[in-house]
Design a protein around this ligand. Structure first.
Ligand code: WTA
Length: 652
């Protein structure tokens, strides 16, 4: 692997933190960062304890960390309420009347909720959940458009000590059913629809289909009226948000829960067909998201902070809801697509609301580059002072464009590496303190003992490629995979002994210690910054009556980072055709969601396999990357020749 990684070495350019920024920054120089980092690694409990102490605890903890690898407990004995930390504690001073959420719908509606108003709505909805039978630790599926009520529902669960599991609104009814069944949820919160590129996404209809097919544990569906589209309400099961909210009081005491009380489950793709229910708990998760938001987004009361992620992803959990709200920040939330109705929608929003911090994904940045600078130039973006990137490695060209065209060469860029599992940002520049470089997430956050190891567990030297690991537990780490401790141990803790967390990414560190992330080492694709298991897509394909076998790999894509290519062998009696090609793509989108729709489907008479019968994905990947196979075709290809050539000894 190291050879492969060295070929990524490009001429590096360092950008020093702007002096203007450093003046006000919480940490003002690289030397100050290094000092604080060294202290935090020498004594992580002291660093994290001080961070957690900035939150409101109803009962102080006895022990910062109890670590029985691979199981960690943080702030043991402490009690807190996560929603109280995001809301109530801001109500005693000037923040009471500060905007908590500024929202814009895709069709253009605008709403602002102050902290006081958001608090009231969360309390009322917590009472609605309670009235509909939700008890502490019950699981609630949230399947919503990006409207304030999505955050309200999450915070209302947190207030009651119920466990939310947000399912991205772009996922299918099958995905809802699978997740609801896996976590045995009792309630679904959804909407009559949501807007995406001028069309209505039929969320309630998808929920109906999911419940018709299973998920028998669901007893109640609470429906928000968003689009006014007609929906079928099943008496005894389905109720309207607006009806229920009228029946309850706005008083909901924030009971304290154990620091390790479960906060949410979020499903993410792994290397099998079954998504993993990543479990996060309360005190540690909040400490991690609070602390990283404070230092990395450098939040101030004058900021309008915009994270473009949907609440369906971890970024939407940690940096649209829990991190910024626990900091008392003003969060901008936008429901729709960046190119709707015009390709300047994002820049229009930044100009109108004087957004100061923008946190978005490389795939979006690459799309903006393609659409052209003229859309940006129409708007005044001078309010921006800080930019962020997340989800995949950002290519230096996209970084430079972001820096120049969006950031006016004055905004530091924080390229933040982290995962659903890590809960919070792990590696990132510290704006005002540490230098930035196009293409690298640079240095670990305080208390994060990140390293790169070789196959034998030895730390790699400068620019030597290896596996990214975290050698010490951290507060916002996942606690387990819901209902599957064995998979938790196997996936993250088996590779190296002694409680070392395996991230699943390949990376190298340069001479200055900057981390350069190469990408996933497992069978997980990163499509537009979203994780997609190849096994999930394969499963969806073989569930079609015509498909005998399928192998899915990624190929490099200019905009999406990776595109989905499926090699498919058909059952006898079925013939390849344009129509079938289209049908299979639609089938995958229906089973998983639009983000999984294959870009290319290649029909093949046989798939190349090793002697032990494993599909040779690396070969298929090389075929795709090397341009041997380009675009869609209905011709049947025969890989048996390549396969037999490769069979001698290559057990990939
Ligand atoms: C990738 C998203 C390079 C990585 C927060 C990781 C990145 C996966 C970066 C997690 C980055 C995320 N540079 N790669 N700044 N951020 N990744 O769980 O492969 O949706 O393992 O969390 O995205 O994706 P997830």
């Amino acid at each position: 692997m190291s050879k492969n990684i060295e070929s990524h070495l490009v001429e590096e350019r360092t950008f020093q933190p702007p002096a203007e920024f450093s003046k006000e920054a919480r940490v003002k120089s690289l030397a100050a960062y290094r000092k604080k980092y060294a202290a935090s690694i020498a004594d992580p409990a002291a660093f994290w304890g001080a961070e957690a102490a900035e939150l409101s605890w109803q009962k102080p903890w006895d022990t910062v960390l109890e670590w029985k690898p691979p199981f960690a407990k943080w702030f043991v004995g402490g009690k807190l309420n996560v929603s109280e930390n995001c809301l109530d504690r801001h109500l005693t001073g000037a923040r009471r009347n500060k905007a908590a959420i500024i929202w814009e719908g895709e069709p253009g509606e605008k709403r602002t909720l102050t902290y006081q108003q958001l608090h009231r709505e969360v309390c009322r909805f917590a009472n609605v959940l309670k009235a509909n039978g939700v008890k502490t630790k019950d699981r609630v599926i949230i399947y919503m458009p990006l409207v304030p009520e999505a955050a309200i529902a999450m915070l209302a669960c947190a207030r009651l000590g119920a466990v939310h599991s947000v399912v991205f609104g772009g996922f299918s009814s099958e995905s809802i059913r699978d997740r609801a069944e896996d976590c045995e949820a009792t309630v679904v919160v959804t909407a009559d629809g949501g807007y995406r590129r001028g069309k209505v996404v039929p969320l309630k209809e998808n929920v109906d289909a999911a419940l018709a097919a299973g998920a028998d544990s669901i007893k109640r569906v609470i429906v928000l009226k968003r689009t006014g589209s007609p929906v079928t309400m099943q008496p005894g099961r389905d109720v309207y948000w607006h009806d229920e909210i009228e029946k309850v009081s706005a008083v909901s005491p924030a009971k304290g829960f154990d620091s390790e009380h479960p906060l949410f489950i979020l499903y993410t793709s792994g290397s099998t067909g079954k998504p993993k229910g990543i479990l996060h708990t309360s005190g540690g998760y909040l400490t991690g998201t609070y602390s990283t938001s404070k230092y990395i987004f450098d939040l101030r009361d004058s900021d309008v902070y915009w994270c473009t992620a949907d609440v369906g992803w971890i970024t939407g959990h940690s940096y649209l809801v829990y991190g910024p709200l626990s900091n008392g920040a003003t969060v901008l939330m936008y429901e729709g697509a960046p190119d709707w109705p015009e390709k300047d929608r994002f820049w229009k929003i930044i100009e109108e609301y004087h957004v100061t911090i923008l946190y978005t994904a490389p795939t979006a940045i690459r799309a903006f580059i393609k659409w052209g600078d003229q859309h940006v130039k129409k708007h005044d973006l001078s309010s921006l002072r800080l930019l962020g990137s997340v989800g995949e490695p950002i290519n230096p060209e996209a970084w430079m464009w972001y820096h120049k065209v969006i950031g006016g060469e004055r905004c530091p860029i924080v390229d933040t590496w982290w995962q659903t599992e890590t809960g919070a940002i792990m590696i990132s520049p510290l704006p005002g303190a540490t230098p930035t470089k196009p293409g690298t997430a640079t240095l670990p956050f305080f208390g994060i003992d990140a390293a790169i190891l070789d196959e034998t567990g030895k730390e790699c030297g400068p620019n030597e490629g290896g596996k990214l690991v975290i050698r010490q537990p951290w507060p916002s780490m996942l606690r387990s995979i819901w209902g599957d401790k064995a998979r938790y141990k196997d996936t993250y803790w088996k590779e190296y002994a002694g409680g070392i967390y395996l991230a699943g990414d390949g990376a190298r560190r340069d001479k200055e210690g900057n981390f350069w992330i190469v990408g996933r080492l497992d069978d997980v694709l990163n499509v537009s910054g979203h994780r997609l298991g190849t096994a999930e897509v394969e499963g969806a394909l073989v569930s079609h009556e015509t498909v005998a076998e399928a192998a899915v790999v990624g190929r490099p894509d200019e905009i999406k980072g990776q595109a989905v290519v499926a090699f498919v062998t058909l059952k006898s009696g079925y013939a390849a055709s344009e129509a079938l090609n289209k049908e299979l793509k639609g089938h995958v989108a229906k089973i998983i969601g639009a983000i999984a729709r294959p870009d290319d489907i290649r029909f093949t008479a046989a798939l190349p396999k090793t002697r032990s019968g494993k599909i040779m994905r690396r070969l298929l990947k090389e075929i795709c990357a090397g341009g041997v196979v380009k675009g869609d075709t209905t011709t049947l290809e025969d890989f048996s020749v390549v396969a037999s050539l490769q069979q001698s000894g290559n057990e990939d």
